[in-house]
Design a protein around this ligand. Structure first.
Ligand code: NAD
Ligand code: MG
Length: 387
């Protein structure tokens, strides 16, 4: 096996873990491009270690430093600005790892899809926003979309090779996050530090807050709806605090197939990088004894309204509700991390936006970007006025 790989969002939690797997298989993978948002020091370190052909930093202000630090490595082309990240996505590679956080990854991931190779996909916000527009592009260009998100990677594995006419439903597991047992009153006072302290997974800040609100699971229901072409009614969520079972499929004959593994993203990342070969992970291995105490329970949609709202979003035809849901969340989470709003205000604001906003018809990438920009403005205004 010899594969070329580009990583969009190389300096993040998924990006770094991807490089960790690749470092263990130096003879199998060559890095073509690495991109980052603003973490220039880490990008410099990664470029020196992995010697890609191209590195791009979205933050223009960080570009001079990147350029200077890599001046002694003329084989590495260096560029800055959002356009440079898109340029990186356009370079020919066998696998593009989509690991940017948020809608910021949408244009680059759509460019990567257009090349018709493999996209190992973590950046769920982009699929939530672009839905059928992204899936139509995947079909049109013959792209292989492999899910890195652990639950979707699990579902991908338990559906693979099966007759899906006999699929009754899929079940996504959720750890329940750090506030699984907290009352709403207590959650109202939760701090960013408490929200990002995830009990089982170590992840970036935004997805950690999303795990605490269960917005992450809500976005994952929409992600599964598009990835596996399943209606809302065939996608269930169950709370499973141990994060050992990542996803299950129930078939018509009563069989359940489940994928299990360590709570370590390097397993799903390795599945994607090696697929269809099974190669060694650089991550943790699971002890079978981890299976001796597995708990499952129904989610509480009163304390965690995201799981109620997502059903409303999926019942709406068109993409506008999903874009609202996702972008309003991005803005609200950023405001919570800056302590401008409280933890429970995140979902309160999203619900208000969802109910009060006009929902335009969305049929192109440009429509998505325009509507996304409009929601960002309205949400920021609402939050500022409330503060
Ligand atoms: P992170 O915040 O750790 O990393 C995000 C990456 O995106 C960084 O490299 C950052 O520099 C880059 N970035 C941020 N803003 C950018 C911009 N405007 N333009 C270009 N690049 C930008 O996030 P993460 O936890 O690695 O998550 C990445 C994606 O993967 C998210 O969509 C998340 O939901 C998904 N995901 C993450 C995990 C996990 O374990 N971390 C698990 C499943 C899915
Ligand atoms: Mg997940």
């Amino acid at each position: 096996m010899s594969r070329s790989v580009s990583i969009l969002g190389a300096t993040g939690s998924v990006g770094r873990q991807t490089l960790d797997v690749i470092a263990q298989h130096a003879s199998k993978f060559q890095i073509v491009a690495l991109t980052a948002g603003s973490n220039v020091d880490m990008l410099i370190q990664q470029a020196r270690a992995f010697k890609p052909k191209f590195v791009a930093i979205a933050d223009e202000a960080a570009y001079p430093r990147l350029k200077e630090a890599l001046a002694d490595m003329p084989a590495i082309a260096v560029a800055g600005g959002a356009k440079a990240v898109v340029e990186a996505a356009c370079l020919d590679t066998d696998i593009t790892v989509a690991a940017i956080v948020g809608v910021a990854g949408l244009v680059p991931v759509m460019e990567a899809i257009k090349r018709g190779k493999t996209v190992a996909f973590a950046n769920k916000e982009t699929l939530v926003a672009a839905g059928n527009i992204m899936m139509d592009a995947v079909a049109k260009y013959g792209t292989t979309l492999l899910p890195i998100d652990s639950e979707h990677n699990a579902i991908f594995q338990v559906l693979h090779g099966h007759d899906l006419k006999g699929l009754r439903r899929i079940v996504l597991t959720a750890s329940g996050g750090p506030f699984r047992e907290w009352s709403t009153e207590r959650m109202k006072k939760a701090t960013p530090e408490q929200a990002v302290a995830h009990p089982t997974w170590s992840m970036g800040q935004k997805i950690s807050v999303d795990s605490a609100t269960l917005m992450n699971k809500a976005l994952e229901v929409i992600e599964a709806h598009h990835l596996f072409a399943l209606p809302s009614a065939k996608i269930d969520v169950v709370i499973h605090p141990q994060s050992v079972v990542h996803g299950m499929a129930e078939y018509a004959d009563g069989s359940f197939l489940a994928q299990m593994g360590p709570a370590d993203m390097r397993t799903p990342i390795t599945v994607c990088l090696g697929w269809p070969e099974r190669i060694d992970t650089s991550g943790a291995r699971m002890d079978v004894m981890a299976l001796s105490k597995l708990e499952f329970s129904a989610p509480d949609t009163v304390r965690f309204p995201a799981l109620r709202l997502v059903r409303q979003v999926l019942a709406d035809a068109g993409l506008a509700s999903a874009i609202l849901f996702n972008t309003a969340n991005e803005v609200a989470v950023a405001a919570f991390l800056k302590r401008t709003i409280g933890f429970c205000d995140i979902l309160d604001n999203i619900e208000r936006m969802l109910n009060d906003s006009h929902k335009p018809a969305i049929s192109t990438l440009e429509d998505i970007l325009n509507f996304d920009a409009q929601i960002r403005e309205t949400m920021s205004e609402t939050i500022k006025n409330a503060a």
